[in-house]
Design a protein. Structure first.
Length: 444
């Protein structure tokens, strides 16, 4: 596969239907190498404006149908956005020497879909991380948190769309979090076992890198805001907003993180006979003792992708192709020097159950010609209803994303843009980037 050249034109299938995929589709659509772009059958309204929906749901339960369809439509490249298809083994099932896939195999993606395994890899490779324990029974987990006096973090070991982590200030909250995972089964089988860790103090950053098996290319750093409420309060979510780059990390810091986190992780997998190709994402806490890994993801983040793609400069299709075919060293790309900020507009009730079907106004149309703009409304949980009516279809509806000359400008503009997106029950955080924005004190 490493010798496979990028065709003059290639038909691409983009798997996934959220805001991350809308941002990726926008950049992919600008490549001179793109033939036809196919998107999920349940793609959001923004994706449908950029690509053609698959005729049926893309499920690995129908592998032979999918193979026939891919051949029939001459799909030459697949880009996988979300974690679910990676955990299911879509790369293993559908990649061929003539049809590369951007994304890791199921074995490599285990760094994300099995937090207990990730913890083991980190310990074996001396990657700095929080102290903790994996508990596979309710009794063991309750006994462990009961005997602890320090605050802890309880994590379901499986995939929970960013909602399976509970930061606990005392043992009573820890006991409740353990019961939620292992007794009430709020996260299904993902909570059959839990990781219980010490609570780390500091600021959290998102560090992503493209990896082609051996070459590791670090991307610009981001900061995500996980908690639903202003001032970082309330329940954890899939992400309420993000900005890029973060001023907390210098180029020297990033080199050290590559050396101490990314290289050991990729080498540790290789020693197990596993080659990682795709995006490796490390959520890091910047502690007084240095950066420590909170978790690994094996795909682009959401909403980190929205701010990364707003700043990305280059041919994204070619870059992902070179990564998937083991030639990342040949890729040429960069990032806009301006800051990008994304404010996620959510449906009332998120991250719990939400109502669907509310009409949305204020969305900025995005197509392949939107290259010079500095304002984007990347669509997540939206649905196109005839005639040309866009409605809500879930929790995180729109990512209002703006470029600015510094974080304060970008955050101000993104917040204003979020306010122009209207639907019944809409809400968003107006303080994305607040930890990094130093405002002058008012004279008394």
């Amino acid at each position: 596969m490493s010798s496979l050249p990028l065709p003059a034109k290639v038909n691409v299938l983009l798997v996934g239907s959220g805001g991350r995929e809308h941002a990726l589709a926008w950049r992919l659509s600008q490549s001179p190498h793109l033939g036809k772009l196919w998107v999920d059958s349940n793609a959001n309204a923004g994706l449908l404006a950029l690509g053609t929906a698959c005729p049926e749901e893309f499920s690995l339960k129908r592998k032979y149908y999918l193979e026939r369809w891919l051949a029939q439509e001459k799909i030459g490249f697949i880009v996988i956005g979300p974690e679910g298809p990676l955990a299911e083994g879509m790369v293993d099932a559908l990649a061929t020497p003539e049809r590369p896939i951007f994304g890791p195999t199921r074995a490599a993606a285990r760094l994300e879909w099995d937090k207990a395994y990730a913890k083991t890899v980190m310990r074996q490779t001396s990657i700095p991380t929080a102290e903790g324990r994996v508990c596979t029974t309710l009794g063991a987990a309750l006994a462990y948190v009961t005997e602890r006096d320090e605050p802890c973090v309880v994590k379901a070991t499986g995939l929970c769309a960013g909602k399976g982590v509970t930061v606990c200030k005392d043992k009573h909250e820890a006991i409740a979090a353990v019961r939620k995972c292992m007794e009430s089964k709020e996260f299904g089988d993902a909570g059959n076992s839990v990781v219980i860790e010490e609570k780390l103090e500091g600021q959290e950053v998102s560090v992503l890198a493209l990896v082609d098996g051996r070459t590791i290319t670090m991307l610009d750093t981001c900061q995500d805001h996980k908690q639903v409420g202003e001032g970082d309060t309330g329940a954890n979510t899939g992400g309420m907003g993000a900005f890029c780059p973060t001023p907390l990390l210098t180029d020297t810091d990033l080199q050290a993180i590559a050396r101490d986190v990314f290289v050991p992780a990729v080498d540790g997998l290789r020693r197990q006979g596993i080659e990682f190709r795709g995006v490796l994402f490390a959520g890091l806490m910047l502690t007084h003792a240095g950066p420590k890994v909170l978790e690994f993801n094996c795909r682009f983040g959401d909403p980190e992708t929205q701010v990364l793609m707003a700043r990305f400069q280059g041919d994204l299709l070619k870059t992902l192709w070179l990564t998937a075919t083991g030639r990342l060293a040949d890729a040429e790309f960069g990032f806009d020097p301006r800051t990008a900020c994304c404010v996620v507009v959510c449906s009332e009730g998120y991250p719990a159950a939400t109502q669907k079907g509310h009409e949305i106004t204020g969305i900025i149309p995005i197509d392949s010609h939107n290259r010079a703009t500095d304002r984007f409304t990347f669509q997540g949980a939206t649905k196109l209803e005839k005639p040309r009516k866009v409605v809500t279809s879930g929790g995180r509806v729109v990512g209002a994303t703006c470029l600015g000359d510094g974080l304060e400008d970008a955050s101000k503009d993104a917040t204003a843009l979020a306010g122009s997106v209207r639907f019944t029950g809409a809400f968003f955080r107006s303080d994305i980037g607040h930890r990094m924005i130093v405002r002058p004190k008012l004279a008394l």
